[in-house]
Design a protein around this ligand. Sequence first.
Ligand code: URA
Length: 199
Amino acid sequence: DSAVAAAREAARSAASLDELRAIVESFEGCALKATASRTVFEDGVRDARVMFVGEAPGREEDMEGRPFVGKSGQLLDRMLASVGLDRKTNAYIANIIPWRPPGNRTPTPQEIAICEPFVRRQIELKAPDLLVCVGAPSTETLLGLKGIMKVRGRLMGFESGGRTIQAIATLHPAYLLRSPIAKRQAWRDMLTIRKTLGL
Ligand code: URA
């Protein structure tokens, strides 16, 4: 499809995160952009060793222009803090989709396909040592794995920009807010992340 091809070409042409950000901000091939108030590209430290990738901005993120600033973002911040991470010093955060879907609906497979080249290029340019897929959509899109409850918590290799980095899937904080019992598993994942980073 032509929007996906355009996204691939545009993403490939970015030589830096600043360039990629500008390209995403001016990309007109995804209908979500028309209904969103801002492009939500990134937050955190660009030379952090760890990069977290969620699904899509919600209402608060759309208003602020930064990922994970609403209720689930506050829980994500507490999860990060529990292992010595925070977005001001050593963590970098992005989403699969940079524009809020109307009413927070689930992004369509087509919208994900259009945005995927951008987040893949973002990972390449950011070049983290560890990629953390936050929630099922990120895990399916980037790692190609279904069944988040089964696949979470396992370290695996991820090909990015000609090198193999480490990757792990964990549960989405929005899910943890609905199912607090699952925090046990998310906590285990955070410990694996801490160990992998040698924190
Ligand atoms: N949920 C996400 O996946 N990303 C955000 O930025 C906010 C909520």
